[in-house]
Design a protein. Sequence first.
Length: 487
Amino acid sequence: MRKSLTSVLAVGALMVWAGAAQASTAVYPSPELAQIVKTGKYMGPDSCLECHEDEHKAWHASRHTVKATKGPAFGKEFEKNIYDWVRRDWDKLDTYMIVDTKDAKTNYMAARKVPMAEIDYVVGQVYKQRYMKYYDGGPLEVYEATTADGGISWKIDKSKTFQFAGNKDRAGYNFLYLEMNPKDGQFNKNNYGEWRSWQERCIACHVTGFDRTAWDQAKADFKAGKRGDLRELFVADLRVSCESCHGPGEAHVKQKSKKNNILNPAKITDVEARKMVCEQCHTRAQVSTHSSLAQDLRGYRPMDKYEDFAVYTRPAWGKGNRQVSIDGKGRRDHQQDMDMRLSTTIQGPHSTHAAMACFDCHDQHGVGGPGRKNATLKAATPRESCVKCHGAQSDAVLKVMNGRTGWEPSSFGKWGTGYGRQGNKQHIFNIEQHGRSFGINVDQYQWALKKGGDAKKEADWEAIWPWEKERFDKQGRMTAVGATPWQ
């Protein structure tokens, strides 16, 4: 019923990328290289500098190096990692550390404000940033902060304090109540409510080579009194660096002349593995399969499978939720992968967008670096990036690529719209004839029946992503495609 503008493109244009990718039938990487990626040791980005000076220089000035940075607790020189205006106004802000959770609507906040000099790590630089201080799990005087909208916004009650007995499970680098923006005076007035530590929850996408096994053991030892603290990060590098995408460099550093002992993501022949090089972080997981507290793909290495490390955030076909619109468009940060994967359903598994990975359009080495005509794209403008395949249709496509254009906004409790993310964030490349970005049609919704569920009851059907259907089928779960399988 809905006709995509891209569907009228010439077949030759659609196959530009796919034809190039299929020029070689050899499977890449080889079994030997795949084993190196799986078991090799991380060496850090400085080990790449000697032979890859240009790439290292571009990366060194890129946004991938500032996903996490040291704070003033490591030295006054690191104060610069906090936004200028936030440093100026620090003493006026609610710089309280989130300690733990009381229940789904209540968090405990340390009643003592955190001085800027005690900030250990800063997460983010470009769009927003948050701050962390080490917490040892001990007793504290606390306030309570409450939410009335499922954790979207929080408010501290400073009228009274409570004695918190402490909880070693929460020891680690804990977040402050603040979420700040680079523009002077601008911040998230809803505040922040993540009560888990950085190591527990989301560290893997801000660094290179987080060792989840070492962290789990350290936490167990700390709780058992066999370890003094949990300050160690267990990472190969604090930045998102070369080995996040190319895999561990141990073998390549030892034998630099060999080219078949380090992964080249662009050559990966398995489409899903190729996509995952970037999507390991540009995603929104429901939960890690290795920790009930985490929402990252901790332990992931290139060529691994997503489902072995995390469960995707769930769609809510026809109803929508905070994460996903009624038609599958992502609504929050880090959801490019679900958007892109829907291309297979929308345009078919052999379409150009279904086969592409992020780095086919974006500059993975120098993203956000100085002197660029476009912050992230290889081309100078979005139009130049699209025109190679879309030709004269490019302007029409770009005009309505904003996932919010033409849709009623969503809000807490009112999720039932097609409202998605703004233009440069939304990555569903499907434009319906009414001039709006669109996900999948109602006859393409996909479901899996809960184990032991009643196929005639709506509550027993779980909304799943189209690419998950095969896995559920193999598990023996009943699956269905369509608007209302319970009918």
